[in-house]
Design a protein around this ligand. Sequence first.
Ligand code: HEM
Length: 177
Amino acid sequence: MKGIVFTQFLDMVEEQFGLETVDHIIEGSDLPSGGAYTAVGTYSHKEIVSLVGALSEHSGVEVPVLLKAFGKYLFVCLNKAYPAFRNSATDAFSFLETVETYIHVEVRKLYPDAELPSFECSRPNNPDELHMVYTSSRHFEDLCEGLIAGCLEEFNCDATISREQLNSGKELFIMNK
Ligand code: HEM
């Protein structure tokens, strides 16, 4: 997983819980990197799982709640870092549809070792209902929900997000305006 994800996570923890909590969770997690991340480095995605687990223990906030909050925070940061993607979409649903076909394609060109999920998007019932089937061996469904929520907020889109686990084990996200 790219270092930008870790540096943003630790920034969020520092802002919301303070620097002492950052030190505490780094010390309390078993991190092969030792907790020293650079934005362009690559680290095991298990380190983010350890850090979120340690933050949950320390703060009493459940892991899924922390991951969703982090997803929202991460979206704001990614959107600032790569404004061209935001500017090429007219609304939240069309933006979400380009994550698979354009955004993550460009991300992979920049970082060939990026570990990206895949999405199958459709609007099977009407234009105001977007379906996204998320596939990733890392199973960051909660992070994904936070990223989607951050995107809806960015575009002032008043849609609900619901989730369903498919028989295949993949996660279906349904956004309804
Ligand atoms: C400005 C828009 C976006 C940019 C620049 C971007 C870029 C990235 C980058 C750099 C990573 C880390 C890859 C790695 O660590 O190796 C990532 C991961 C991820 N992205 Fe995006 N992304 C964007 C929007 C979104 C949106 C809107 C979603 C949700 C629909 C999304 C879903 C994910 C997920 C779930 C991961 C975690 C990896 C996994 O699940 O396997 N991204 N993205």
